[in-house]
Design a protein around this ligand. Structure first.
Ligand code: CA
Length: 274
């Protein structure tokens, strides 16, 4: 059996330069099931037996309801993984689990909106990654993203936005960069909490290798920075915490039009763990 991968983590969220409130939220669970969330060592540590959970949620809704939506979604996912006792029996089961975790979060947001008329219409995007050994199991709803920066210096987009402009990218009518600059780039086609158009989260699977970096982010990052700018900011030996700060600084320097959230997992290269 292979030794567990050694990883380093960073996570940061910022209101940006234009918004009055931060409706984004992240969650990092490294010590499943019972350990505290969002607490992790600065130094490298091994992936635990039940894996590592990373999540970014980007809430929307008036009267600060977006803040509630992202918070409720994150708390629902935390509660689920905090009761975990075994690993899924297969890769397919792991993908089904992360998808169902987002549907559980969807129901929690929708139920809360049903009880609180002031929060009617609130919703949240979400991207959720469960790391099991060297496997990445992703589910998402909306336009929050997962990227994998490879040791060869390439940036792979692991997710596919649920947005009108991304539909046009998939049809070949827009390039990703044209979609990013499109005036209607913010129109998403699904989100958690919307009972009229129930979400159908997508899933994807990828593999961690030594020297790679897994990034989850809200659109306040990739709306302000091109994929190539993100790639360049990840092409550094800086630890994930410092890299998260650099990503947020760059998004703010580019305008900071939206809340910005980043979660970054680095796989340590053997012999480089000291
Ligand atoms: Ca946003």
């Amino acid at each position: 059996m292979n030794l567990p991968l050694l990883i380093r983590l960073g996570a940061q969220t910022d209101t940006g330069r234009r918004r009055a409130h931060n409706e984004d939220r992240f969650a990092v669970g490294t010590d499943l099931p019972a350990g505290p969330w969002d607490v992790f060592p600065e130094d490298a540590f091994p992936v635990g037996p039940l894996g590592v959970v990373l999540m970014v949620a980007d809430g929307m809704g008036g009267m600060r309801a977006g803040e509630h939506a992202s918070k409720i979604a994150v708390e629902a996912v935390r509660a689920l993984f905090s009761n975990l006792s075994t690993l899924p029996a297969s890769d397919e089961a792991a993908l089904e689990y992360v998808k169902e975790a987002l549907m559980t979060a969807h129901r929690a947001v929708a139920d809360d909106a049903g009880r609180n008329p002031r929060r009617t219409g609130m919703g949240t995007t979400a991207v959720l990654a469960w790391i099991i050994a060297d496997g990445i199991f992703l589910a998402w709803s909306g336009d929050s993203r997962g990227y994998l920066f490879t040791p060869a210096g390439e940036l792979d987009l692991l997710t596919s936005d649920h947005s009108l402009v991304w539909e046009l990218v998939k049809l070949g009518h827009l390039t990703p960069e044209e979609a990013r600059r499109h005036p209607e780039s913010n129109l998403i086609t699904q989100s958690l909490g919307d009972d009229f158009h129930r979400p159908a989260p997508d899933v994807a699977q990828a593999r961690l290798t030594p020297g790679c970096r897994l990034l989850l982010c809200s659109d306040g990052l990739n709306g302000m920075l091109s994929d190539d700018e993100i790639r360049q900011l990840l092409s550094t030996d800086a630890p994930p915490g410092r890299t998260c700060d650099a990503l947020i600084d760059a998004a703010n320097e580019a305008g900071g039009l939206d809340n910005i959230t980043v979660v970054l997992l680095d796989v340590v290269t053997p012999g480089d763990a000291a």
